[in-house]
Write a protein that binds this ligand. Structure first.
Ligand code: ACO
Length: 325
């Protein structure tokens, strides 16, 4: 009998502090940085984002999302035998946020590691967990995307600081006799490092270089729509499915125009697109599991639906996962 993996529960968590565009614009204006609700909504679709308080870490957000996914799956933390946390804003340089989250869940022993693929982190992590389950290395995985992107934003740069937010999403992925995850398609191209990066690093006890996010938004935009279409088509082809089989497109929530552009290229009606970017902003690796959980809990996504998850981010990295929910 073939061994597959299937999502059995989803969860998410947003830090309570919600900042609307108007509130952010007022804060920025006090520092001489000019922006407006109109500009942000028109160019990105974002209306609000959540920011974590200073003493809240990625693993703090992640553990809330993880507990909620475990509850939805009807599983105890002690049953989990693999933890992967996709993040670019870990609690520490080391150890991984996954090990810290594991301890916060009150469990020990199972492998736990972080995966760094920026905004593609969740589709990468889901693919790795799927492979480990199929190989027999794990049978009940916790796959988390969690970020405190507010820590790496340059609040003097209006072209980036209005785009991002903090949050976490999680799924429990379990071994199953039936799929589950149907196919995935992952890619990276390191020649695009410069268009989206946080170039600073820790060296000799000090931060060397700029530790804040830098982005060439237009270059990212142009690359994103093309690669997302390619990855989605490749995932469909691997599974022997077509666009018509997709019930819901759950894309990385960066910019409504990129999401609509991808849906259009895949000939999907806009009402098959899950959108949370308006309320969350871009939460990087957390955005896909957050959007997934919101759509599941609102009753939009139902058991048996076919989902296309897809992400694109710094590196450049990109990828898609096709699954039966
Ligand atoms: N408020 C007001 N004006 C602004 C703001 C702002 N927050 N930001 C930029 N502007 C101005 C610019 O200065 C420019 O002014 P100018 O014409 O006088 O020079 C004007 O608005 C237009 O700027 P553009 O950069 O051309 O605006 P564009 O329509 O390309 O939108 C944006 C910019 C939103 C960043 C867009 O390019 C984009 O979404 N790119 C993709 C970003 C993305 O998806 N990143 C994440 C993917 S990976 C990851 O998530 C880590």
């Amino acid at each position: 009998m073939s061994r597959y993996s299937r999502i059995t529960g989803t969860g998410s968590f947003l830090p309570p502090k919600r900042v609307t565009n108007a509130e952010l614009a007022a804060q920025l204006a006090a520092q001489g940085v000019e922006t407006s609700d109109d500009w942000i909504v028109e160019r990105t679709g974002i209306r609000a984002r959540h920011f974590a308080e200073r003493d809240v870490s990625t693993s703090d957000l992640g553990v809330h999302a993880a507990r909620s996914a475990l509850e939805a799956a009807g599983r105890k933390a002690s049953e989990i035998d693999l933890i992967i946390v996709a993040t670019s804003t870990p609690d520490m340089v080391f150890p991984s946020s996954a090990t810290i989250l594991q301890n916060k869940l009150g469990i020990a022993g199972c492998p736990a590691f972080d995966l760094q693929a920026v905004c593609s982190g969740f589709v990468y992590a889901l693919t790795v967990a799927d492979s480990m389950i199929k190989s027999g290395a794990a049978s009940k995985a916790l796959v988390v995307g969690a970020e405190v992107f507010s820590r790496i934003l340059d609040f003097t740069d209006r072209t980036t600081c209005v785009l991002f937010g903090d949050g976490a999403g999680a799924v429990v992925l379990e071994a199953s006799d039936t799929p589950g995850i149907l196919s995935s398609d992952l890619h990276a191209d390191g020649k695009h490092v410069e268009i989206l990066c946080v170039p600073g690093t820790v060296y000799g006890g000090k931060v060397h270089g700029n530790p804040l996010l830098r982005m060439d938004g237009q270059a990212v935009f142009k690359l994103a729509v093309g690669v997302l279409e390619d990855a989605a088509r490749a995932a469909l082809a691997k599974a022997g499915r077509t666009e018509a089989d997709i019930d819901w497109l759950v894309p990385h929530q960066a910019n409504i125009r990129i999401m609509q552009g991808t849906a259009k290229k895949l000939k999907l009606p806009m009402d098959k697109l899950i959108v949370t970017v308006d309320q969350h902003g871009n939460t990087s690796a957390a955005s896909i599991p957050l959007a997934l959980d919101v759509a599941v809990r609102s009753g939009k996504i139902r058991k048996g639906d076919t989902l296309m998850l897809e992400g694109v981010g710094g590196g450049f990295t990109w990828g898609a996962v096709l699954l039966d929910f």
